[in-house]
Design a protein around this ligand. Structure first.
Ligand code: TYD
Ligand code: MG
Length: 459
């Protein structure tokens, strides 16, 4: 007979302990241990006989030699949303489980409700968080249903699957996995064992019936998807929906994809009537001002595999208080300090008595090293109060000795800048290997050091 046993599991790292502790010894987080009830295993002999019996059962899969396996032509449901298709690697694979994580209020429910409304199939949208009326109000906001979209406000995973058996939908959406409860688990909704059990059950159901399932997942304070890491291992695709709530742009990023590349990303704009796809992000992210302003420059960056031209803005002003301020939005502050130090040491440009503010336009966060060159250009432009022509853009990493370093996929960046009608791009001179600059209309300027940039632009 199986015995019931209590253990404590760290909700942050999954460390197990027989006793409760205030601090997890593995990840050093405080107050993360949660009580879990597990069934203690039977004796070794009993286990052995159960294993043997189940292996010999008729339904158990047998080993198959690789060449004999038919190449599955994976059936995909094409979403009406091209950005979603892109991040999923070409559509929703039948029988797959897709987890979408993101900050509260970023638009996860909106994204999937829009999918449920616009996908011309039978959809079961399960919400454990909102009432039918709330969902109806949101649905009215984002469009008229082109699908048979059923709304179910239920949290019991057994009941949900029962309804699904009757309805036979083509797609199930669960908002959110943390609200589900399984009748076989004692702990509260959202606890590790509940999340694990419910996700397991849904995964088994998806594989058996071929119905794809979308799961919305909450994220914890560090930005990781709340619940066991196991959840991410269990599902086929993990997507992250991110952006700054004060801005309208949202980025859907692929963290894991068993059916496609993880370098893809989708860009949306949150509007009063729902999320709108942004197929040409560069054109929108460049702020449209008529007159030339100092302190603004354009970087040819790459988000995943997608080239993106974004505007960097710097404001360098005389410090009024004792310690000059450094502030940065969308760009790593330490990297900004490093670039300032490089400019000081290698070009003799001093920012010591100035406040420096840096901003990436559109609420975008980027850690593409190719931004460096554009940031440096914006800083000098603001300090000297000389505007950079709006037809010039930059792509290069700045090293500690002031050298401009090569960045990856330079052709893509140049192509995108060319397509958008830029006339000049500054890149590293070490980036020209195998590059045929003749094929572009854009002039490709190569530089080796930061001081050359200063000369090329401002003298
Ligand atoms: P929501 O999808 O509820 O976020 P999540 O499920 O990730 O918590 O999005 C809520 C936010 O989106 C809310 O602040 C209002 C805004 N919103 C719009 O701007 N336009 C819209 O059409 C909708 C439906 C929401
Ligand atoms: Mg929601």
């Amino acid at each position: 007979m199986a015995k019931i046993k209590k253990i404590y599991i760290c909700s942050n790292c999954g460390e197990q302990s027989p006793k409760w502790a205030g601090k997890c010894t593995a990840c050093n987080e405080w107050e993360t241990f949660q009580e879990e009830i597990i069934a203690k295993g039977d004796s070794r002999e009993e286990k052995k006989s159960v294993y043997r019996a189940s292996a010999q059962s008729k339904q158990a899969p047998k080993p198959v030699i690789l060449p004999k396996i038919k190449a599955g032509n994976t059936q995909r449901i094409k979403a009406p949303d091209e950005e979603l298709n892109r991040v999923l690697g070409g559509g929703i694979v039948n029988g797959s489980i897709i987890l979408i994580g993101g900050q509260p209020g970023i638009g996860k429910s909106t994204l999937l409700l829009q999918l449920a409304i616009n996908l011309p199939h039978t959809i079961l949208y399960v919400s454990g968080e909102e009432s039918e009326e709330q969902i109806k109000m949101r649905a009215d906001r984002v469009g008229t249903p082109a699908s048979e979209c059923y709304i179910l406000t239920e949290t019991g995973v057994d009941k949900i699957l029962n309804h699904s058996d009757k309805l036979e939908p083509d797609l199930i959406i669960i908002d959110s996995i943390q609200t589900l409860v399984s009748p076989f688990i004692e702990s509260a909704p959202g606890s590790i064992s509940q999340v694990r059990e419910c996700a397991n059950e849904l995964q088994r159901y998806a594989k058996e019936t071929g119905i794809p399932v979308f799961l919305i997942g909450h994220i914890n304070k560090d930005g990781a998807i709340a619940g066991p890491k196991l959840l991410e291992h269990l599902v086929d695709v993990v997507l992250q929906f991110e952006g700054d709530r004060n801005y309208t742009y949202r980025i859907l990023r692929t963290i894991k994809n068993r059916f496609g590349s993880t370098n893809e990303l989708g860009i949306y704009e949150m509007q009063a009537d729902g999320l709108r796809e942004v197929p040409n992000p560069s054109e929108i992210l460049l702020s449209q001002h008529e007159e030339l302003l100092s302190g603004s420059s354009i970087a040819a960056t790459l988000e995943g595999l997608r080239p993106l031209l974004i505007e960097t803005q710097a404001l360098v002003s005389t410090a009024v208080y004792g310690t000059p301020q450094r502030s940065s939005t969308g760009f790593d502050l330490r990297r900004l300090s490093m670039l300032l130090a490089v400019l000081e040491k290698r070009c003799g440009i001093h920012f010591g008595a100035n406040d420096v503010f840096l901003n990436i336009v559109g609420g975008i966060k980027s850690d593409d090293p190719a931004l460096d060159l554009s940031v440096v250009a914006a800083l000098i432009s603001s300090l000297e109060d000389i505007a950079i022509p709006s037809t010039v853009c930059f792509a290069g990493e700045v090293g500690l000795s002031g050298e401009i370093r090569a960045v990856n996929r330079i052709e893509k960046r140049i192509q995108e800048a060319d397509r958008l009608g830029f006339e000049q791009i500054f890149i590293s001179k070490y980036n020209t290997k195998g590059l045929d600059t003749e094929q572009y209309n854009i002039a490709v300027n190569t530089i080796g050091k930061v001081d050359e940039l200063f000369e090329a632009l401002f003298q």
